[in-house]
Write a protein that binds this ligand. Structure first.
Ligand code: NAD
Length: 371
C-alpha cells in the first residue's frame, strides 16, 4: 500500500473521530478543498526547456500525476532528467523515434512543451500513438492547425488538453464564481494588460517560423483567454492596432505591441494590450454594474493577488502546474468537467481570435467572429 493511501486512511479515520474538524474555505478549487485519490496520470514531457523544467518540478508535488518519461533532442538533458527524476531508459525518446511510445504501456499522456509552431505536428503524432495529449499554449499557431489537432485526437480516441493553468487558480475562480452568482451585476467592461520586455533577440520567441507570431502568441493570449473567462462570454467582433518601435528586433510577422478590443453578445466590451516592450504588465480588471474585480498579477506563477468591491481576495497560493496536472488526471480518467474548459476546442477559440486580431491589424477593419 502506498504512503498516500495510508495517509488518506488516517485522514478518514481522524475525521470520523473528530467530526467537527474545520474545513478549508472553498474557493471552488477541488484540489485545494480535499485530497484526491484515483488513477495516476503517467506523463512524458516533450521539450525539456524552461517551462518543461518548471512543470517537472511542480509535478513532484502532484497527487495524481507523475513524470515517468521524456522526449528530447538533447541526450545530456535526458541523462540529467533520468537521474533527477528516476526515469527508466525505456521511457526516454527523441523527436525522431517518439512514435514508438505507442508500444509503451507505462505512459498515459505526453505533455508537449516545445516552441509554439511544433505543437501541431507533435500533438498529432502523440494522438496517432494512442496517448492523451497535453499541449502548451498557444496550442498551435493558427485556428486551422488547432482544428486539425482536435480532429486528430478525436479520431484517435484520446483527450487533448491545453496548459491553461489559470483555469484552476483560486482567486481567478473566486471572481468567476462572483460573476456567475450575479455579485458583480451585469458585466460591462474587461481590461487585460499582458506584457514583458523580451531579451535575447536570437531566441525562438522572436522567430516567426517557430513562434508563429510575436507577443500575441506568447503573452497576449493571456488577455484573450482571460477576457473570455472573466466575462463568461466569447467575443463577436475584434478590432486591433499594431505598433512597432524596433523593426530590427521584431521582424516581419513578429508583433511587438498590439492593442485590441472585443465586443461581446451582451454588449460588454474589452480593451487589451499585448506587448514585448514593457514590463510590469500583468493586470485584469472586470467591471459590472454592481461591482468590480481586479487581479494584479493576474497570470504570473503567483501569488495571484487582487481585490473586488467587497475587499481583498484571499485565496491560497497554489503551485499552478501541480494543480493543473492533478486536475487533468481527473479530467482524463474521471471525465470530470472543469469550471473553465481546458480542452482543444477551448484553445481553437483563442486561435480564431488571434487569427482575427492579426487580420484586424492588417486590414484596419472590425473583424466579425463566430466562435
Ligand atoms: P524554452 O526555449 O525554454 O524551451 C523549449 C524547448 O524546446 C527546449 O528544450 C528546446 O531544446 C526544445 N526544442 C525542440 N525543438 C526545438 C526547435 N526546433 N527549436 C528550438 N527549441 C526546440 O521555451 P519555454 O519557455 O519552455 O516554452 C515552451 C512552450 O511552453 C511554449 O509554447 C510556451 O508558450 C509555453 N510556455 C507556457 C507557460 C505557461 O505558463 N503556461 C510558460 C512558459 C512557456
Amino acid at each position: 500500500m502506498n504512503s498516500r493511501r495510508i495517509f488518506l486512511q488516517k485522514l478518514a479515520a481522524a475525521s470520523v473521530a473528530v467530526p467537527f474538524l474545520p474545513l478549508y474555505k472553498s474557493f471552488g478549487n477541488p484540489v485545494v478543498d480535499k485530497p484526491q485519490d484515483g488513477k495516476i496520470l503517467r506523463v512524458a514531457i516533450c521539450g525539456l526547456g524552461g517551462y518543461g523544467t518548471r512543470v517537472a518540478e511542480a509535478m513532484q508535488t502532484c497527487k495524481r500525476a507523475k513524470l515517468v518519461g521524456v522526449i528530447s533532442g538533447t541526450p545530456a538533458k535526458v541523462k540529467a532528467w533520468q537521474a533527477k527524476y528516476n526515469i527508466p531508459e525505456k521511457n526516454c525518446y527523441n523527436y525522431e523515434n517518439f512514435d514508438a511510445i505507442r508500444d509503451n504501456p507505462d505512459i498515459d499522456a505526453v505533455y508537449v512543451i516545445t516552441p509554439n509552431a511544433l505543437h501541431h505536428d507533435q500533438v498529432i503524432r502523440v494522438a496517432k500513438a494512442g496517448k492523451h495529449a497535453i499541449s502548451e499554449k498557444p496550442m498551435s499557431i493558427n485556428a486551422k492547425q488547432g482544428q486539425e489537432m482536435v480532429d486528430a485526437c478525436k479520431k484517435a480516441g484520446v483527450k487533448l488538453l491545453v496548459g491553461y493553468r489559470m483555469h484552476f487558480e483560486p482567486n481567478t475562480l473566486e471572481i468567476i464564481r462572483m460573476r456567475k452568482d450575479g455579485e458583480l451585476g451585469k458585466i460591462m467592461f474587461f481590461q487585460g494588460l499582458s506584457g514583458f520586455k523580451i531579451g535575447d533577440p536570437t531566441q525562438w520567441r522572436l522567430n516567426k517560423q517557430l513562434a508563429g507570431g510575436g507577443s500575441m502568441m506568447d503573452i497576449g493570449i493571456y488577455s484573450i483567454n482571460g477576457a473570455r473567462y472573466m466575462t463568461g462570454e466569447d467575443p463577436i467582433w475584434v478590432t486591433a492596432q499594431e505598433t512597432k518601435t524596433d523593426p530590427v528586433k521584431f521582424k516581419e510577422g513578429v508583433d511587438e505591441t498590439i492593442q485590441f478590443q472585443f465586443g461581446f453578445p451582451s454588449g460588454a466590451v474589452a480593451s487589451c494590450l499585448s506587448t514585448y516592450s514593457m514590463n510590469n504588465l500583468d493586470r485584469f480588471f472586470l467591471n459590472g454594474d454592481k461591482g468590480f474585480a481586479e487581479l494584479q498579477p493576474s497570470t504570473g506563477y503567483g501569488p495571484i493577488k487582487g481585490r473586488t468591491n467587497k475587499g481583498e481576495l484571499t485565496g491560497p497560493h497554489t503551485i499552478h502546474q501541480a494543480v493543473q496536472m492533478d486536475e487533468m488526471a481527473a479530467l482524463i480518467f474521471d471525465n470530470k468537467q472543469p469550471i473553465v474548459p481546458v480542452d482543444g476546442e477551448e484553445a481553437v477559440k483563442d486561435l480564431k481570435i488571434i487569427d482575427a486580431i492579426y487580420e484586424a491589424c492588417r486590414t484596419g477593419k472590425k473583424v466579425p467572429l463566430k466562435l
